[in-house]
Write a new protein. Structure first.
Length: 94
């Protein structure tokens, strides 16, 4: 009989990419973040606002989001390791 090791992932790495005004507010084009396993889109948005301050928080309040190139409509969606999360602020006229 062989022994098995119970390995549990406790964090996942998510790449956040910022566009236009979100890039200016965050001060970076992209960043890799460690989030707890089971973290949701809402959890990530809250963490981003806390990490980057009021300027990004205002952008996040009006932004649209893509998760792995698909529009996010449900902020309770759980983030998988290796996910790419795009922050898209409103563009001219929208």
């Amino acid at each position: 009989m062989t022994a098995s090791t119970d390995v549990r992932v406790t964090t996942n790495t998510v790449t956040v990419r910022y566009f236009a005004g979100a890039k200016a507010a965050a001060g970076t084009r992209s960043e890799a973040l460690e989030v707890p396993a089971g973290a949701t889109v809402a959890d990530l948005i809250t963490a981003l606002a806390a990490d980057h301050g009021d300027a990004l928080a205002r952008v996040l309040a009006a932004a649209s989001f893509l998760l792995d190139e698909t529009a996010v409509h449900d902020r309770t969606t759980v983030l998988a390791g290796g996910a790419v999360f795009d922050v898209l602020p409103p563009f001219a006229g929208g």
